[in-house]
Design a protein around this ligand. Structure first.
Ligand SMILES: [Zn+2]
Length: 557
């Protein structure tokens, strides 16, 4: 049941949509053009171009009239570590053919890059995995609120767990009576590989491998090899990564099948998958031992989140978050035109311009009741690093952060009849956004590929994971000019020809009218939150509600 305060907010937010926010495309264009210019060299953290982006945003925050957001400083340091590993092949040894005793020992070596990709997040010169017993743990999920535990009755300390990607019901419909317990085809956080490694660490496993499969993973093996080989940048955590599983990795489906051929279970991948998709599944020891050695080169660096605030008038200790990542890929392989700068105009100079534009709108309006925190975060492209660091070391307590909006790529192709809400239907913010869209004469369209887990792929997720309700809306596809075919064609063209490529350049001919309408929507939601004393929450049964509820006592209704 909704509290009266929240019910009032559901009326106030769409009403705010009727009040002109004064948002125009003027600074959207100017800021995007600046941040995406060659002078910023693609805004890679740790480069002069990255430093320039930080300085630019800081100076813009100050010019807008924000206050420095980190105890008088404009930035928060984000310590980073880069580990480059040189691993041996992953060797599996054991007994062949399901014999009770070991008559014929087998030895299977999985090659680095083709069969397996492995790494360690531990800051150690050498990480070894020695004769670690291998256990198939299905989807590797412990979800008490769903009565599901793939680790039930199992002690995996010192063992190597092998895990299927996505969640058990990814082949069922997204909604309706045939949808499975994990939101059907839509991916829940339990389906993400990051979750699988975290859960394996909680259970004390020595190593964890996720089995790659293109459809449920959402990308091919080529993405795994390009993303997970070479120098790996991550947060320099106080525990130096020792809380992580010692060896993490992906293996191909074919390699896992070879592994099963050598194992003593007599079960093939089909049978094991079927069992893993059934509630009450029990983990299966494979009768194999895994061994590998990883030699690591370790370097340290730092980057910065940029934070500016408008202090709250009535509830200054309560905050509302507005975020976008400033970093991009920097120099990258030259394209056919010889362009070797990945400028990241849409991704995500436009999102930072959105944060600046919303800051201007708030600065023009009455002082909000709550403090509004505007933040441009670093390291998104390397795994949501800046937002993760803030979420784990917040300047303003997450328990008193009412909610927020993250932007990653604004619509530069004109107005749409619809908007999409990523991970739609998870929290009260989605309801607010839906009502505001309606007040704008728009509607919420279903997310085009919910199985790809879009909600877990940008910075809002770092906050959501620790309980803060965060809205991530995307531009719709149903364009006023050209309808759904035009919107779909533009989206496909961006993915194929500009996304993470040197051609993601600023274009003065872009039509920002759709972005302005989206920003009006964000402004209405944020204004509603910032001027109220209501606490939106996650819906019952969603994966982030339990952690939010642990701090419920700190929020005064
Ligand atoms: Zn991005």
């Amino acid at each position: 049941m909704k509290s009266a305060v929240f019910a009032a907010l559901l009326v106030a937010a769409p009403a705010a949509a009727a009040t002109p926010s004064g948002i125009s495309d003027a600074s959207l264009k100017a800021d995007t053009a600046q941040l995406a210019s060659d002078a910023f060299e693609g805004r890679k953290p740790g480069t002069p171009g990255g430093d320039k982006a930080v300085a630019y945003i800081e100076q813009r925050f100050a010019a807008i009239g924000l206050e420095a957001g980190n105890h008088g400083r404009w930035t928060q340091d984000v310590p980073l570590v880069t580990i480059t590993t040189a691993p041996t092949p992953l060797v599996l040894s054991g007994c062949a053919g399901g014999a009770q005793e070991c008559r014929a020992a087998t030895r299977t070596a999985l090659s680095y890059g083709t069969d397996v990709v492995l790494w360690t997040k531990r800051q150690v010169a050498t990480q070894t995995l020695a004769n670690s017993p291998v256990v198939f743990v299905g989807y590797g999920i412990t979800a008490p609120e769903k009565g599901w535990d793939d680790y039930a009755g199992l002690d995996v300390r010192g063992k190597t767990v092998v895990i299927l990607v996505n969640d058990p019901d990814w082949q069922t419909p997204t909604a309706g009576k045939d949808a499975g317990p994990f939101e059907g085809r839509a991916e829940t956080y339990y389906g993400r590989y990051t979750y699988k490694f975290e859960e394996a660490a909680r259970h004390g496993a020595a190593a964890a491998f996720v089995v790659h499969d293109t459809e449920p993973a959402g990308y091919g093996w080529n993405v795994i090899t390009t993303s997970w080989t070479g120098p790996q940048i991550d947060l320099d955590q106080p525990d130096k990564g020792m809380g992580r599983v010692g060896v993490e990795g992906w293996i191909t489906k074919a390699a896992f099948e070879r592994m099963l051929g050598a194992a003593a279970t007599g079960k093939d991948l089909f049978a094991l998958t079927k069992a893993a998709q059934t509630k009450g599944f029990r983990a299966v020891p494979l009768g194999l031992q895994a061994s590998a050695t990883l030699s690591n080169e370790i370097t340290h660096s730092a980057s910065k989140n940029v934070i500016g605030v408008i202090p709250g008038r009535r509830f200054p200790s309560e905050t509302v978050l507005v975020t976008a990542h400033w970093d991009h890929l920097g120099r990258c392989p030259a394209d056919a035109t010889g362009d070797d700068i990945c400028n990241g105009a849409v991704d995500n100079a436009s999102g930072v311009a959105g944060v600046l534009t919303l800051a201007e709108a708030f600065a023009r309006g009455p002082q909000p009741a709550r403090t509004v925190v505007f933040m441009a975060v670093t390291g998104e492209e390397s795994g949501l690093l800046g937002s993760r660091w803030y979420a784990e070391h917040p300047v303003y307590p997450l328990a008193l952060t009412a909610g927020g909006v993250n932007m990653d790529g604004l619509n530069v192709g004109g107005r749409t009849h619809d908007i999409t809400i990523s991970g739609g239907g998870k929290s009260d913010l989605d309801t607010m956004a839906t009502l505001v869209a309606k007040a704008q004469g728009r509607f919420v369209a279903p997310e085009p590929s919910p199985e790809k887990g879009g909600y877990f792929r940008s910075d809002h997720f770092s906050f959501a994971k620790l309980g803060v309700p965060m809205l991530r809306a995307g531009s719709g596809v149903d364009r006023l000019d050209g309808g759904i075919p035009a919107g779909q064609a533009a989206a496909a063209d961006y993915t194929a020809h500009r996304y993470h490529q040197p051609s993601d350049n600023y274009d003065p001919k872009w039509d920002w009218s759709g972005a302005v309408e989206d920003l009006d929507l964000y402004y209405a939601v944020l204004r509603g939150l910032a001027d109220s004393h209501a606490w939106p929450n996650w819906y019952a049964g969603t994966e982030f509600k339990a952690i939010r509820d642990t701090t419920a006592g700190e929020r005064h209704p």
